[in-house]
Design a protein around this ligand. Structure first.
Ligand code: 13P
Length: 252
């Protein structure tokens, strides 16, 4: 499996910020891992034009479950694909919280993403209260089984474990905590998809990934890459994270 360094720009960036993507693509003309940056929808098409055929894939951050129709302000998976996206983040905790998205809704969106030929990057994660109550694996298991549709394969789906309390806080779970959740998710995927598909499906860790902690995180079993928020906004910070992931594949 090819590892994946994914960025999530969230609601950040305007056309001026695309210079960061250009710098990133210049720094990684032939990356040893997959590189994906999930942009605000307005930037996908200009970014694709700017990057031309450079090996930086682009994604959206949400899509509607319907293929088209009367849904003011929403965006369809096919529209993201048309703009130049090859992936879309679904079920991020900020969407689950800000927009009341349920796992059932996330599953419907993932089906729409797959129908449009997009990779669905499906996010799971517990809150601090849930972790402190000892509910982490129960929450992750419930989100996993309800959010992933039957259309999932190793090629069209990525699962990102993002503990809500680690997002944007500088707090990181211990290596053992990440390893526990990731092996639990892998087991769950084996049960849902079978051993072969489950083995090839990328599991990302997300939440306060920075250049300084990336190598340690990428050394954890069943961590196949990262979903990076704040540190993906500049080439200066995202590039060393990509290099750390490359180094984890081919240790020097
Ligand atoms: P930070 O890397 O800023 O903590 O954000 C993580 C995240 O939510 C990525 O989707």
């Amino acid at each position: 499996m090819r590892k994946l360094a994914a960025g999530n720009w969230k609601m950040n960036g305007t056309s001026a910020t695309l210079a960061e993507l250009e710098a990133l693509s210049r720094a990684h003309p032939d990356p040893g891992v997959d590189v994906l940056v999930c942009l605000p929808a307005t930037l996908i098409h200009p970014a694709r034009t700017l990057l031309d055929n450079a090996p930086v894939a682009l994604g959206g951050q949400d899509c509607h479950a319907a293929a088209s129709g009367a849904h003011t302000g929403d965006i369809a998976a096919a529209q993201l694909a048309d703009a130049g996206a090859s992936a879309v983040i679904l079920g991020h905790s900020e969407r689950r919280e800000d927009h009341g998205e349920t796992s059932d809704r996330v599953r419907q969106k993932a089906i729409a993403a797959h129908q449009a030929g997009l990779i669905a990057v499906i996010c799971l994660g517990e809150t601090l209260a849930q972790r402190e109550a000892g509910e982490t694996l129960a929450i992750i298991g419930a989100q996993l089984s309800a959010s992933l549709p039957d259309t999932c394969t190793a090629a069209n789906t990525v699962v990102a474990y993002e503990p809500v309390w680690a997002i944007g806080t500088g707090k990181i779970p211990t290596k053992a905590q990440i390893a526990d959740v990731h092996s639990f998710v892998r087991e769950g995927l084996i049960a849902e998809l079978g051993a072969q598909e489950a083995a090839g499906l990328r599991l990302l860790y997300g939440g306060s990934v920075k250049p300084a902690n990336a190598a340690e995180i990428f050394g954890i079993e069943n961590v196949d890459g990262a979903l990076v928020g704040g540190a993906s906004l500049t080439a200066a910070e995202f590039s060393p994270i990509i290099r750390a992931l490359e180094a984890s594949v081919h240790p020097a």
